[in-house]
Design a protein around this ligand. Structure first.
Ligand SMILES: CC(C)(COP(=O)(O)OP(=O)(O)OC[C@H]1O[C@@H](n2cnc3c(N)ncnc32)[C@H](O)[C@@H]1OP(=O)(O)O)[C@@H](O)C(=O)NCCC(=O)NCCS
Length: 162
């Protein structure tokens, strides 16, 4: 099992991974809102644009052809920032160190590209992830509204110094 770059043919499995992970982590958001966000945000077209964009890196962990974790990294040149835009491990594969392996890889990519911080947003109700990020050295510095479907939540925005 290793972390590899995402391919166009991974689309269906990545969407299913997001559907399951969001149901697991975002139970406080109605299913119809999670589903409408997934359908409008993660279209096949947008997924292909992620893969073609040289400022974006999408990675997956695969075991026996099954994708069990996914991460998207993004450089935002206008802000001079490096973002961890998405990190999800399938619910039944959580707690096995995959998230740590992925995020450490993200730290290395950011450092290699000469960024001294990595930024992310986490919903304030998502306490397990928030605690996990804090344990890894992230500090949260501001709040921003984030809309998933019709539901508005608060995103805590934080960074880790590299
Ligand atoms: C958050 C997440 C990416 C972490 O990945 P993971 O593979 O489960 O985490 P790891 O196994 O690498 O965790 C490592 C450590 O965090 C601890 N930990 C804290 N919260 C945890 C949780 N909810 N689940 C599993 N481990 C957790 C583990 O005990 C472990 O500690 P240790 O290294 O001292 O033994 C993953 O649990 C996940 O996808 N969660 C649901 C979706 C989500 O919230 N994504 C983030 C959106 S902002």
């Amino acid at each position: 099992m290793k972390l590899r770059n995402c391919k166009v043919t991974d689309y269906g499995q990545v969407v299913e991974l997001l559907r399951l992970s969001w149901a697991d982590a975002y139970g406080f958001i109605p299913q119809k809102d999670r589903e409408s966000f997934l359908k409008t945000y993660y279209t096949k077209e947008r997924f292909e644009q992620f893969l073609e964009n040289e400022l974006i890196e999408c990675l997956v962990f695969e075991i026996k052809k099954k994708i069990i974790a996914w991460m998207r990294l993004e450089e935002i040149p206008s802000y001079g920032e490096f973002h961890l835009s998405s990190i999800y491990v399938l619910p039944n594969s959580k707690g096995n160190g995959l998230g740590t392996r992925m995020i450490k890889y993200a730290f290395e990519v950011a450092k290699r590209k000469s960024y001294n911080k990595i930024w992310l947003g986490v919903m304030e109700q998502n306490l397990p992830a928030l605690e996990w990020y804090k344990k890894l050295g992230f500090v949260f510095v501001r709040k921003e509204p984030f809309k998933m479907g019709e539901t508005e939540v608060i995103h805590l925005i934080g960074y880790k110094k590299l």
